[in-house]
Design a binder for this molecule. Sequence first.
Ligand code: IPE
Length: 266
Amino acid sequence: MNGLILVKIGGSLITDKTKAFTPNPETIERIAKEIQEARKEGNLNNLVVGHGGGSFPHRSAAKYQTHKGIVNDDSYKGISVVHNDAARLNSIFVDALLKNGVNAIPVQTSAVCLAEDGKIVHWDSEPMRFSLENNLLPVPYGDVALDTKKGCTIISTELLLDYLAKKLGATRVIIAGKVDGVFTADPAKDPNAKLIPEITAENFEEVKKYLDGSDGVDVTGGMIHKVEQMLELAKSGIQSEIINADKPGVLKRALLGETNLGTVIR
Ligand code: IPE
């Protein structure tokens, strides 16, 4: 699809991942506004903005071990609870987009995707393609999915974007979080931490040593998972970037085409 841009808004950016069910309303509002402005100024019609779950579904997913599959009788209730928690945050995010003049349309991952051993094997993306042609902004989100091998699984937004990028042919993938990119150490704890401007298959083994999990409860694997998914995309020639959308204006600049704002994965 010509000029398709796929964006992930990280759960840690729009929620406080250390406190259950706690959105960051000011950040959500600013991000919605930046998306609206970029869409207007850059005439960006081919845009999909997915988002993570943060402190909404990660906790229930950890409680019910949803990412491991059907592990006990409670697992079925877990599917329902995890989805409901993910959908609650989606509703808050879509509400903000709508209020800022973006015709956003949620895409319920658990209803459209089927997984096999944690990987998406089926997703009818025609309605999404049609939404894009009709100037709507599809908003898929990290969610539970039914899985033909283990019963159920968690589909992260990275997995969603990876699948879509290959299926629809994306031009760029932008992962917006609250850190400047990938660092050699945690910049919050280590003053000598350095930003890694570029990750490729060649330096990934080296980079891997620096990466560990994210703050708070996270069942989808934190930064390593993100980078691995993005390297997968790089194999198909799709460049992606990790940027800090906690800094006002950065997401808008990235959407309008600026690169090298964080870590580029190619
Ligand atoms: C997580 O989605 C979804 C669930 C736990 C149900 P993501 O992996 O995309 O979310 P964040 O960005 O890490 O919060």
